[in-house]
Design a protein around this ligand. Structure first.
Ligand SMILES: [Zn+2]
Length: 126
């Protein structure tokens, strides 16, 4: 019984407003450079994990964050591209082999499809 009362009073007494950011959180303006020459700024909370890329509102391209405009650079993490992530899993040598296999497979598949449609046509006309 005593335990229950404690739990109830805790819920009412504790305010979650600050945690929820209902009060205005300190803001920073982060600028992004679009590969097509557009530059725009996005407002972020100082505590927010600011992304390195943001979709350009004008053309939809992936715009990169302009470094140095942030008031306090917490972590200097270089933007990882898809290529970087790929290289973490595969070496260029491996990729070349995979590409060669893939091309071979594609050529073989095209050849098979062509001969299949040809034989189907023959069957129809016969
Ligand atoms: Zn753009």
């Amino acid at each position: 019984m005593a335990e229950r009362a404690l739990r109830g009073s805790r819920l009412g007494a504790q305010s979650y407003e600050n945690d929820n950011g209902v009060e205005m959180a300190p803001r920073q303006s982060v600028s992004y450079d679009c590969p097509n020459g557009h530059r725009f700024a996005m407002p972020f909370s100082l505590e927010a994990d600011v992304p390195d890329v943001w979709e350009c509102g004008i053309c939809g391209s992936e715009a990169l964050r302009v470094d140095g405009t942030r008031p306090e650079p917490k972590k200097a993490k270089p933007a990882r591209t898809h290529w970087d992530m790929l290289l973490e899993r595969r070496s260029v040598k491996e990729l070349e082999v995979l590409l060669a296999e893939r091309l071979e497979h594609l050529r073989a598949g095209q050849g098979a499809a062509r001969s299949a449609s040809r034989s189907r046509g023959q069957r129809k006309s016969a």
